[in-house]
Design a protein around this ligand. Structure first.
Ligand SMILES: CC(C)(COP(=O)(O)OP(=O)(O)OC[C@H]1O[C@@H](n2cnc3c(N)ncnc32)[C@H](O)[C@@H]1OP(=O)(O)O)[C@@H](O)C(=O)NCCC(=O)NCCS
Length: 171
């Protein structure tokens, strides 16, 4: 397994695999910005927007690849505000359900930290479903809880869910 930073052309080339990661996660109940039913147009629009954001350099698309298969992905959004040149946000950590619990999520998050360093970002932020696999992973990697937002989102079937805001300082 290797970790790659995709440019917008890579994103377009692996469009189907990235779409499958998102669809798989939503069907398994992940709070990743989408609800069921999830139509292919919505998924397509989402990844096209990500590719455009990558193309203008405001976002890094980090992917885990094995035998040319995209098994996981995460995004690092480089906050563009003039007063936050040190800050970045982590979005959409997704590992395909067929390849979870093998350390791929951790490897992607370690690369997020390295890329943050490379881009001189010392403060990382994210939010994640309370008590989910993501929260456990982030805590294990040293992320600190900022606070819990009750009923922050609904799950893919419409049930209200709390999320946890977390932060991490990068040396
Ligand atoms: C959250 C998510 C990305 C984690 O990905 P992952 O690749 O399974 O993460 P890891 O393998 O690094 O860690 C998961 C677990 O496997 C364990 N593990 C890691 N390597 C292992 C190995 N070789 N053998 C056995 N267990 C292992 C970890 O200790 C961890 O245990 P835990 O569940 O008790 O915390 C994945 O569950 C996912 O995509 N979920 C849906 C989307 C989502 O919720 N994303 C977060 C949004 S912010």
């Amino acid at each position: 397994m290797r970790i790659e930073i995709f440019d917008d052309a890579d994103a377009s080339m692996h469009f189907d695999a990235l779409s499958e990661l998102l669809v798989d996660a939503v069907h398994k109940g992940a709070l990743v910005g989408h609800v069921l039913p999830l139509d292919p147009q919505t998924v397509g629009r989402y990844w096209r927007d990500v590719a455009s954001s990558v193309a203008v350099g405001e976002r890094l698309l980090i992917c885990a690849i094995d035998h040319d298969q995209v098994l996981g992905t995460v995004q690092l959004y480089l906050s563009p505000e003039a007063n936050a040149p040190h800050r970045a946000e982590v979005y959409k950590l997704l590992v395909h359900s067929s390849h979870r619990d093998q350390g791929i999520g951790e490897a992607l998050m370690l690369e997020v930290e390295q890329q943050a360093r490379n881009h001189k970002r010392s403060l990382l932020l994210l939010d994640t479903a309370q008590d989910g696999a993501g929260e456990r992973l982030y805590r294990r990697l040293g992320w600190q809880e900022i606070g819990v937002v009750p009923h922050h989102f609904v799950d893919p079937w419409g049930k209200p869910m709390a999320s946890v805001y977390m932060m991490r300082f990068i040396d």
